[in-house]
Design a protein around this ligand. Structure first.
Ligand code: MG
Length: 398
């Protein structure tokens, strides 16, 4: 029985993780759940999966079954069992409990870093879906995981593909990683058309259904630059060892080239079920409900280089990786702020690149020695990006 602490249970990866658990009930047990604020969905999950512990960030619309005592809150389930409840913005950290074998970090945003760090500190296996943990916190998380012998299993489809090609050995020898990218919702637009792109256009991802920020990050390909950074941390790659190619069909999820020139690719119909399940069971493979590839009707698989004029954000984000230290953290923070402003119609699509470029230009180098420094640098970069956006009125066009 694999005992799971699932952080971010009501989000896209979270609900898909619960589907995997439901499908193989005999293999998995949910020992704790954590979510942001979707209380209704959250308490339904508690009824269904009966965790011992659960954590909710925003205590709104709590059901009557939640009781408060001097020792904290608890929820009396319809089966008569009791789930201990932690409430508050930092409650998710309480869901990383001693009973868990694996902590699924499917939280969205910067709070994921603290979760990954705590799980690493406790020597837990981490099934990682949160980007910030490695993009912003890579140096801290990897060092802590190494120190405590905490295993890290990637949930992202690309990193899972690489992991599979490496025989589930993150330290296996290879020559080069080839990351595939769909090119996002705007790949068929010309560079000069991008100034007129609306939030609606950018949210129309061709192959994957995901949240708002990550869909825009796919359109700018900032997401792919983040994946380059994550691959570098996970597989000890230098930037030159990672090549990104546009592959519009999203059938090849990534590839690894070895010393002899042989290339291993992992293919499949786009589905997060496979990477989620593998992160829990690898090297063992269990059945999934994922659609199967039909090669005879697939036709052509195509690959193309990433165009600089079309995806400026991708190259700016890679620049932050070269700079190292606090720069990836600053870039991530600025990107979150800029994407939010774009989704709210406050800035235009090309302005995202401007905010990122100027944030890097105005950020001073700070070595990330600990969690506190990282949190401080994240805050600083967010404030800077907000300032750039509000001062940009007139130069930044909505
Ligand atoms: Mg991905």
């Amino acid at each position: 029985m694999i005992r799971i602490a699932l952080l971010g249970s009501t989000g896209s990866i979270g609900t898909q993780t619960l589907n995997v658990v439901e499908r193989h009930k005999e293999r998995f047990e949910i020992v704790s759940l954590a979510a942001g604020g979707n209380a209704r969905a959250f308490f339904e999950q508690i009824e269904k999966f009966r965790p011992r512990t659960a954590a909710l960030a925003r205590a709104e619309n709590l059901p009557d079954r939640v009781k408060f005592t001097a020792n904290g809150a608890s929820y009396e389930r319809r089966d008569g069992g009791i789930t201990r409840i932690f409430l508050g913005e930092e409650a998710y950290l309480d869901a990383i409990c001693a009973e868990a074998d694996v902590v699924v970090v499917a939280l969205v945003g910067f709070i994921g870093v603290r979760a990954a760090l705590k799980a690493a500190r406790m020597g837990k296996k981490i099934a990682l879906a949160n980007k910030e943990s490695l993009v912003a916190g890579g140096a801290l998380v990897m060092a802590e995981a190494e120190r405590q012998g905490a295993e890290i299993a990637p949930i992202d489809s690309e990193h899972s593909a690489i992991w599979q090609a490496l025989g589930f050995d993150r330290k296996a020898a290879y020559k080069k990683i080839i990351l595939t990218a769909s090119g996002g919702a705007l790949r068929d637009k010309k560079a000069e058309e991008l100034a007129f792109v609306t939030a609606e256009d950018a949210l129309r991802h061709p192959n994957w259904k995901m949240g708002g920020r990550i869909t825009v990050d796919s359109a700018t390909m900032v997401n792919k630059a983040f994946e380059v950074m994550e691959a570098a941390w996970l597989y000890g790659a230098k930037k030159e060892q990672i090549e990104v190619v546009i592959h519009p069909q999203s059938v090849v999820h990534s590839m690894v080239e070895f010393a002899d020139g042989a290339v291993l690719a992992q293919l499949g119909v786009p589905s997060m079920e496979v990477p989620i399940q593998l992160a829990l069971t690898a090297p063992e493979r269990l059945e999934t409900s994922a659609a199967r590839l039909d090669f005879a009707s697939l036709g052509a698989l195509t690959f193309a280089p990433v165009e600089r004029e079309k995806y400026p954000c991708f190259f700016i984000a890679l620049r932050s990786m070269e700079l190292g230290d606090n720069y990836p953290c600053a870039l991530n923070a600025a990107d979150e702020v800029a994407v939010q402003a774009f989704l709210e119609g406050k800035i235009g699509f090309p302005d995202i690149a401007r905010v990122l470029r100027q944030t890097l230009a105005q950020t001073e180098r700070v070595h990330i020695a600990d969690e506190q420094t990282l949190v401080g640098e994240d805050k600083k970069a967010r404030a800077l990006a907000h300032r750039l956006i509000s001062e940009g009125n007139g130069t930044f066009t909505a």
